[in-house]
Design a protein around this ligand. Sequence first.
Ligand SMILES: O=C(O)c1ccccc1N[C@@H]1O[C@H](COP(=O)(O)O)[C@@H](O)[C@H]1O
Length: 213
Amino acid sequence: MPVRIKICGLRTAQDVAAAVACGADDIGLVFFDRSPRHLTLDDAAELALTVPVGIRKVALTVDADDATLDALLARVPIDLLQLHGHETPDRVQEIRQGTGIPVMKAVGIAEAADLDELDAYMAVCEQVLVDAKPPRGGVLPGGNGLAFDWTLLEGRSWPVPWMLAGGLRPSNVAEAIRLTGAPQVDVSSGVESAPGVKDPDMIRDFCAAVRGV
Ligand SMILES: O=C(O)c1ccccc1N[C@@H]1O[C@H](COP(=O)(O)O)[C@@H](O)[C@H]1O
């Protein structure tokens, strides 16, 4: 099976076109106002219209309340919710049942013990996102371009689909896939020329590196 590719933090129709042309499977829209990739609902609704059928539209939220999620889903057609905050397994379950939208919960990894946290989420969501733990006191809970020790994942297998994220770039994604066996990869800052500014050449190189594994 080819490794699935998610390009996250797209903000313009040109970003979407570049990702789609290079074979991305998922595009990520960020709804977190402290992020340089944040989209308003109006901008996201317009951008969503440019995404071809068959490409999954993923909404990234951080500890969003029900009203925020309802407003988002009423305005923007979303295929998968990426929960990137401190949502507990109970809250994940509640969101999944309340919205009817499949959920991918992000879990931050810095050491082997952090992997235990994944188990509780496997039971309540469609997918998990295995990301680097954000730096203490950092502004963003993700999208920091930081990798974790991928050897922690060697020999692991999980019963639900999972995606690898954190510091992936065109130059390291092939090694990350080889070491971890990741069936899906997610990138944001690793294909940017500046925070929030996607670079079509880097998107192309990233996708080519994944497809070359
Ligand atoms: O991209 C963001 O701005 C962001 C904001 C808040 C939470 C998560 C965010 N991005 C996600 O973080 C990981 C890793 O990103 P990177 O490739 O290391 O920059 C990825 O899943 C993004 O979707």
